[in-house]
Design a protein around this ligand. Sequence first.
Ligand SMILES: O=c1ccn([C@@H]2O[C@H](COP(=O)(O)OP(=O)(O)O[C@H]3O[C@H](CO)[C@@H](O)[C@H](O)[C@H]3O)[C@@H](O)[C@H]2O)c(=O)[nH]1
Ligand SMILES: [Mn+2]
Length: 727
Amino acid sequence: MGITPEIEALPLHKLDLDAPRIIFNRIHAVMYSCGILALLYHHIVRLWNAPTIPSFFVFLTMLVADVVLAFQWALTQSFRWRPVRRQEFPENLPRVIGEESEFPKLDVFVCTADPYKEPPIGVVNTALSVMAFDYPSEKISVYVSDDGGSELTLFAFLEAAKFARHWLPFCKENKIVDRCPEVYFGSNAVCSSPELREMYEVMKARIERVMELGRVEEVCEAEEGMFKLWRVQGFTRQDHPPVIQPLLQSEKDSDVGGGKIPNLIYLSREKSRTHHHHFKAGALNALLRVSGRMSDAPFILTLDCDMYSNDPGTALRALCYLVDDDQEMQRVAYVQFPQLFRGLNKQAIYGCEYKRLFQINPTGMDGFQGTSYVGTGCFFRRRAFYGSPSLPSGNNGNGYSTSVTNIRSSDDQDVQHLASCSYEDDTSWGHQVGFRYGSLVEDYFTGYRLKCEGWRSIFCNPERPAFLGDVPINLADALSQNERWDVGLLEVTLSKYNPLVFGVKNMSLPMGMCYGHYAFSPFYALPVIIYGLLPQISLLARIPPLFPKASSPCFYLYAYLFVGAYGQDLLDFLCERGTLQRWWSDQRMWMIRGTSSYLFAFIQFSFKLIGVSGIGFNLTTKIIDEDERKRYDQGVFEFGAASPYFISMGTFALVNIISFTLGLVQGLLLKSIGEVLAQLLISGFVVVNCWPIYEAMILRTDKGRMPSRTTILSAMIASVLCCAAAA
Ligand SMILES: O=c1ccn([C@@H]2O[C@H](COP(=O)(O)OP(=O)(O)O[C@H]3O[C@H](CO)[C@@H](O)[C@H](O)[C@H]3O)[C@@H](O)[C@H]2O)c(=O)[nH]1
Ligand SMILES: [Mn+2]
């Protein structure tokens, strides 16, 4: 093992600076900073000269909005300072690692939490797609973590284990590219094995039947034992003992051709109402311990249940970094692949692609200490969970260092105990060891804490998407997912781990800024709400204009700052293979989040602070309603089911259209458009963005239109605001 001089010429990976972008970004940064300084100066002069006390407060509020925007803009410079591109050469791996038998083991964690929100057939597809990696099968162990504690999921995996024995050799012999069965059989490609397709359909039907029944009835005698636990009185999803069930064992089992097969293990950790389970992080830690005992692979891939592998070569690509024994590369805690999605509509109306988060920003963070962990599609070095890179590591005899400094390790503890609720009591699990607790965005938080310990990470973004997942296809789901993330971020921002304090001290200034930018993103609620209400209300109230006249040079300063920020955002988007339409949706969703999920996250977080209510992990539904899907595919916004989000965004939309119309009429009548041009442009911009909301309120008749009660309520609030302003 190790790179000897002769093979140095055959590198495993390569890094290039994105020079044109770096130059452009830095020049823009300097110019734009001057603009911001000029704006702040303008603000201060204006505050100083405020004619009345109320106008002083109005100006002050506008200053607050601009300060938050400027602050966040400054933090984003760290993403733009030094973007890099990487390339891997997996074909050179054998020269470094040697024979297939020398390849390191790989453990894969697939998380699921509710069979009704995350259909088991989907989870099965994800598992099968990774079991079929181009990788020595006997080296792979797939662990399915079922936080739903459901016999339905176990049943599905019993079926999957049988099907895998046919599917895996078929994929490898025929060099199939799409190794997620649903995708392969769903594509138009002619399947060379109709029997296999039939077998898949039968499996699917059996799983779906059990889902309909809601319980497992017909299983053969050999399997009946596995379901016994569920028949015990008092077994519920919140209260049950650990269930660990190996379904395939590479030592004993083989595929239908007699070839090797991966391990497949079902695990549902113990649950009890008296213990906090720490959601996904808790599940991952149980997996970490159990897998450490059962297979103890040095490398671990974490996957959400809906993220299937789209490229069988992905594991090898990740190894290009993980097995490199260069000193810098030995500090790599994880290799993160981007989250990419299938089934997005043309405009990606709900902005769920999160291109900036998953594709653009990571290239920038990779120019420093590496990108953030995004929860799925990420290959970890097991050792990273057990302490800093400078700690001496264990060795599994294969040349790859592994964990195993189990905090309470002693051999008489059986595997069951490792998955029990009380195992973590009074240990460092979740604090210094394993996935970290304390934030609903356990992914962001864990990656961040690892960086603070001195680890680094890699962003690996190959041409063919490595993994593909599902996105929420209705507005309320998209916002509720975002709200959960925001609450999780606030938990970090308002703790001692604030990235601008703890992070800057333990990582570096640019890394602290990157993590800080995310941590503070819920604060975007402030400028969005202020810019979305104050200029409009003051327009109606005819109080002194908030912005310079169209003829004043300061007007151009505002124009420059607006065009400069939006323009650069658009450029970043297009450079990362985005389209204009999707960018438009993305910026629109930013505005919508400002008035809904960002705002509601603050409310939810405050409730938690004062102890009114706890916070939970609201799963994103992966079930797709046909009707909804149709509307989504046509790019039509979904407002069907009432949601408090819609009331606040409806109010905003209405205030803006009222103020825009009245302001325009008044400006024309009094021939004073120039004086209120900036305010008209702002509310006009909001109105254009809100078009789908007006449509849903008034024009549409389908099931996805805005519920009348929501429309009426928003209209009432908006009229109260407008009347109060005009009075
Ligand atoms: O108590 C829980 C809750 C969730 N999950 C699993 O966590 C995954 C992510 O849940 P999902 O509802 O799909 O949330 P998303 O917002 O889509 O997930 C993003 O955000 C999460 C953090 O909020 C990360 O964990 C995910 O990896 C990231 O893709 C799913 O596989 C769930 O089964 C559990 O295992 N246990
Ligand atoms: Mn998800």
